[in-house]
Design a protein around this ligand. Sequence first.
Ligand code: UD1
Ligand code: UDP
Length: 372
Amino acid sequence: MPVSVMSVFGTRPEAIKMLPLAKRIAATRGLAGKIVLTAQHREMLDQVMAVFGAAADYDLNLMRPGQTLSSITADVITGFTEILTRDRPDLVLVHGDTTTSFAAALAAFYQQIPVGHVEAGLRTHNLYSPFSEEANRSLTARLATLHFAPTARSVQNLARENVTAHVHQTGNTVIDAFATTMREGYRFKSGQLRGIDLSAGRTILLTAHRRENLGKHLRQIFRAVLEIANRFPDIQIIYPVHKNPAVMEPARELLGAHPRIHLIDPVDVEDLHNLLGRIDLVLTDSGGLQEEAPALGKPVLVLRTETERPEAVEAGVVRVAGVDTADIIKAAHLLLTDNAAYLQMSRALNPYGDGHASERICNAILEFFNAR
Ligand code: UD1
Ligand code: UDP
């Protein structure tokens, strides 16, 4: 009998990083995979499923307007427990640091089903930032049996918490995703993207959505973005705006009227990765983009006060710019006016993996179950 592995996820970034693995599980002799969606996100999750041509075995369809951390947690535990009692797998795989990940790991733990944690061991060591992700990933580490850590640094972080058994350094599956998404001569699907002339000058890709940035920080970030657009007439800024109303409303209010700031709908990951290959600079508070952009040699200014991804900062391609308007303007101004500083940050570099993380994870799962 093959080892049955149930991958459970609910948001866009989890799907981008779990679907290459689900694909690999399906192709691995000795493993049988199923996909469970909590649908903590809906449209943004479905976009990724379509790119990977993936179908869910179960879909809890949980997203509600105005959902809270507590309501998502409660709904995931209840809904996923029902699935686990009906269709008990040998292993549950969760990813990273979302509410879905932690709540699904807890539900599996209550059923005494082992949990494998993909993208384990990232830490800021500040429980409130990112909120609530730092807590989610730390708590998931306590519940998991298998730990798939992307880098040497994440292995060390786990060791500091006395998590040393069944820890595997695998690289990050986000790099595996490029094999599905990146193509030469790619034509964007999004009509909004096709309408932007990328050859007109330099282009900045902006994304911002983190909970701890909602409100004051987001407005500070947007004021900086406005000033950067005004200071540099050759620059266009593309901002695929997160579907969270707490992001969409201030984005429209502060940035909506500028002719060179393009607020567009979230694009699918195929469009996004190929766009990333064609722009000059990334301003973001996203986690995934801090891993993808260095692989493509694109400098990143992080719109946060710290990062759990220090590998690319140490390598010099990611810089933490903070959330103050003046700090962000200063960091961007330097890169946009000093070519040497820009080139120094534009080296293509891959601290997050070689595109074979999924394969290593499948091998580690087989090894674990064979050994038992
Ligand atoms: C969550 C994750 C965060 C991840 C982010 C990715 C937690 C604690 N946070 O953020 O780690 O970086 O997702 O984007 O789990 N919405 C839609 N359609 C969608 C997606 C979202 O309408 O397809 C709207 C809904 O109104 C929803 C809101 O966005 O209520 C916020 O979504 P939610 O998953 O709660 O976002 P975060 O918790 O901020
Ligand atoms: N992304 C995407 N479409 C967009 C914006 C981002 O596919 O319009 C991808 C991006 O390439 C990265 C991931 O979504 O892989 C990041 O997701 P998000 O910013 O929602 O979450 P985080 O990485 O911060 O957890």
